[in-house]
Design a protein around this ligand. Structure first.
Ligand SMILES: *Cc1c(COP(=O)(O)O)cnc(C)c1O
Length: 486
């Protein structure tokens, strides 16, 4: 690392502030009340500003450059969302305040529930799940409880296509289901024969990521849903990547029973780095009483003079609480602002432009990279990051080299059904110039792979840290690189 730690920059006696002479008498404290040496770094104000500004620039960010990390929908997060989240009347509320004092917050939550219902075609939406994966867990627990209530104890099996997001099998097995993987056919759809073979009376349900992790919309989605329903199973839709569908289709209308949405992808709230997310869950009418509580509801209808009075509702067969209090309100507020700013037409335009951008970029990238499923894509596409004629170059090398060209790498080695996968999602917020520049970099790298493969294998050259041991970095996390001496 080129940056020194703040302790290494410290100079004895250097100060950032000068306090005035004390105008009150000093008091003697017992010796054991205060430490004599605090071992704090000593720096000027300028030293501190430079230090933090410099380290903030070591991180790559969506505000700093193109971030085509597939499945993560790294779109621009409008700054007006941040302004809304910082309005003191919202930012300073406490979850234990009496509801009469937080009617504005409840209005925002109620309206977002209504909007999510209108957008998705589901009967009721619960905002509490803390992230997409927790929304999935809610869905799997609802499927389980539904079969339990109906005395269907034999239904222990959840089907998951091999093109699903990795969290789908994880949340299903955490809920106590037996996970059965379904193969994809040669167009990247669920293999209908394999599905048919699993449709028996042990079937609890199917979890379908659609569009799937290949960026493809399942062409037989209605048939898939009907087959599962006829066998007595429920269909969970992983709606983390709703971006391509916004204003175009409503999953509830197609027959999905349950689905989660990632506010921190489609609805532009910042994500990454482990910050708070939000994964609201929508359900069909017959499952409304299974949702986690609480759900915001109108307790007293308003009229021309008085606004409605909002409160909470606890569904009768609820799977229980998933989260303390009411979910991540700051994220809910940002998504509310985003939807309010765009309106119905604007949201549809987002869906259309996300798909257009992905197809434009795919058409350019496939000139130099193998595209295993050559179909119109949705919000993203997956190419192979390897070529038969350069066996020593891998997807990881291409990704590392992209960093030298100033781009964040795509998602690597996922989905598992594509050899050396590079999963690329441009989102609607990128301009044609940015997409062209990225496509040019991909082209230049394909050329370098043949002319100078070492360049790729040794990349990156321009980043603060060169190639690191990623397994060690993840397993052996060192969060403090400087340990004080005493
Ligand atoms: C991101 C994502 C998830 C998980 O969402 P988190 O908020 O990260 O838990 C699930 N499914 C798909 C398809 C995703 O892209």
């Amino acid at each position: 690392m080129t940056e020194k730690t703040i302790y290494e920059l410290s100079q004895p006696g250097r100060r950032g502030v000068a306090f005035p002479e004390s105008d009150v008498p000093t008091a003697d404290l017992p010796d054991n009340f205060a430490r004599h040496s605090l071992n704090l770094p000593e720096l000027s104000e300028l030293d501190v500003i430079r230090h933090f500004t410099n380290i903030s620039k070591l991180n790559y960010s969506i505000d700093g450059g193109f971030y085509p990390l597939g499945s993560c929908t790294m779109k621009y997060n409008p700054k007006i969302n941040e302004a809304a989240a910082r309005i003191p009347g919202f930012a300073h509320t406490h979850p234990l305040q009496p509801i009469v004092s937080v009617q504005g917050n409840l209005y925002v939550m109620y309206q977002l529930q209504e909007w999510m219902q209108a957008l998705s075609g589901f009967h009721r939406v619960c905002l509490t799940p803390a992230a997409g994966a927790q929304g999935e867990l809610v869905g799997a627990l609802i499927i389980k409880k539904y079969h339990d209530v109906n005395q269907n104890h034999k239904r222990v099996k959840i089907l998951i296509p091999d093109s699903a997001h990795g969290t789908n099998p994880a949340t299903s097995s955490m809920s106590g289901f037996e996970v059965v993987s379904l193969p994809s056919d040669d167009r990247g759809n669920v293999d209908l024969e394999a599905l048919k073979a699993e449709c028996d009376d042990t079937l609890a349900g199917l979890m379908l990521t659609n569009p799937n992790t290949l960026g493809l919309f399942d062409e037989n989605v209605e048939e898939v849903i009907n087959m599962v329903h006829e066998a007595g199973g429920l269909v969970y839709g992983d709606g983390a990547n709703l971006n391509a569908l916004l204003g175009i289709i409503r999953p509830g209308d197609v027959g999905f029973d349950i689905m989660h949405f990632n506010l921190h992808k489609t609805f532009s709230t910042p994500h990454g780095g482990g910050g708070p997310g939000s994964g609201p869950v929508g359900v069909s009418e017959y499952l409304a009483e299974y949702l986690p509580s609480p759900i915001v509801t109108v307790i007293e209808e308003g009229d021309e003079e008085t606004p409605p009075f909002f409160g909470f509702y606890h569904p009768e067969n609820s799977i229980g609480r998933m989260k303390t209090f009411y979910g991540h309100f700051g994220v809910i507020l940002r998504a509310y602002t985003y939807i309010a700013m765009h309106g119905a037409k604007g949201l549809r335009n987002i869906g259309e432009k996300a798909v257009l951008n992905a197809n434009y970029l795919m058409a350019k990238v496939k000139e130099d990279y193998v595209l295993p499923y050559d179909r119109t894509c949705m919000h993203e596409f997956v190419v192979e990051g390897a070529w038969d004629d350069v066996p020593d170059v891998h997807a990881l090398d291409i990704s590392k080299r992209l960093m030298d060209y100033g781009f964040h790498p795509p998602t690597n080695y996922f989905p598992l059904i594509v050899h050396e996968a590079l999963m690329i999602e441009p989102t609607e917020t990128e301009s044609k110039q940015t997409l062209d520049a990225f496509a040019d970099a991909m082209k230049a790298i394909a050329k370098e792979a043949r002319e100078n493969p070492e360049l790729l294998q040794k990349a990156p050259f321009t980043t603060p840290l060169r190639r690191c041991d990623e397994v060690k970095a993840a397993r052996d996390l060192v969060l403090c690189c400087w340990i004080p001496e005493d």
